[in-house]
Design a protein. Structure first.
Length: 269
């Protein structure tokens, strides 16, 4: 008959010095060793759980900050859009006041407010060379500056901040030309966009020029298509380098500038 295995009640540790000192014998109860092992295992599990919980909380905090920043950017974009709409309304009011001074230069037509009306004007312009010159000089079809296009119009992707125009990179100080005949309706400094120009054209068009090194023309000044109106720069908080941010608006709505002025001829290497 097999013997039952004897339980170990304690462990003895014998320490024998190298010299002539007496040896030391230590007895440790087995239950104490088991308790220490369980405590070490519990501490290890708690540390692992603590690190796991910390990273989860940190991930949630990062997501919260990212969503907070995105929400701020969306609100800022909406505020800018509202500000632009207010500026356009103000431009219309000013335009009525200075209409007499523009007579014979822009030939502003109260009925030329929609695409269908513009098409009618185009049809009439074919028959009238003088009116044709006024019409096509008032439509923004000239590329303000030739350089490398770094970004185009982006307003459909909800994950990104709306971009209402095209960015053209070029050396600082490059002359910026008016895309069409018009009147300077805004000439001022913006913290985010630096020096900004807004030109009002005939047939419901407006053009915007941002991040300029400096503006050459003055507010309410009449400008000709191809006239130098500013020098290219990188002013403003949101500018990442020397470039022109160029926008075209038609009847209070942004339109893709490439539809009117095409793409820059230079290709980014």
């Amino acid at each position: 008959m097999a013997r039952s295995k004897r339980k170990i009640k304690s462990y003895s540790f014998l320490i024998i010095p190298d010299g002539k000192d007496a040896t030391h014998n230590y007895n440790i109860k087995s239950w104490l060793i088991k308790t220490l092992v369980l405590i070490l295992v519990a501490v290890f599990v708690l540390v692992v759980l603590g690190f796991t919980t910390y990273w989860k909380v940190a991930s949630v905090a990062l997501d919260y900050n990212r969503l907070k920043e995105e929400n701020f950017e969306l609100r800022s974009s909406l505020n800018r859009l509202t500000g632009i709409e207010d500026d356009l309304k103000r431009m219309q009011k000013i335009n009525k006041k200075i209409r007499n001074s523009l007579s014979g230069y822009l030939q502003v037509d109260e009925k030329s407010s929609g695409d269908s009306t513009t098409q009618k004007e185009l049809d009439h312009a074919v028959m009238d060379p003088a009116k044709s010159r006024v019409l096509f000089s008032s439509i923004p079809s000239l590329l303000p500056v030739d350089g490398f296009m770094t970004r185009g119009m982006q307003i459909t992707d909800l994950r990104m901040q709306p971009h209402y125009g095209m960015d053209i990179a070029a050396p600082t100080g490059t002359p910026i030309k008016a895309a069409a005949d018009g009147v300077v309706m805004f000439n001022d400094w913006s913290e985010r966009s630096g020096y900004v120009l807004v030109i009002k054209h005939d047939y419901g068009f407006s053009t915007v020029y941002k991040h300029n090194q400096r503006n050459i023309v003055k507010q309410f000044e009449k400008v000709k298509k191809g006239q130098v109106i500013a020098l290219l720069g990188g002013t403003g908080q949101i500018s990442s380098g020397p470039h022109l941010h160029f926008e075209i608006w038609k009847e209070k709505r942004p339109v893709d500038p490439m539809r009117y002025v095409g793409m820059p001829s230079k290709i980014k290497q």
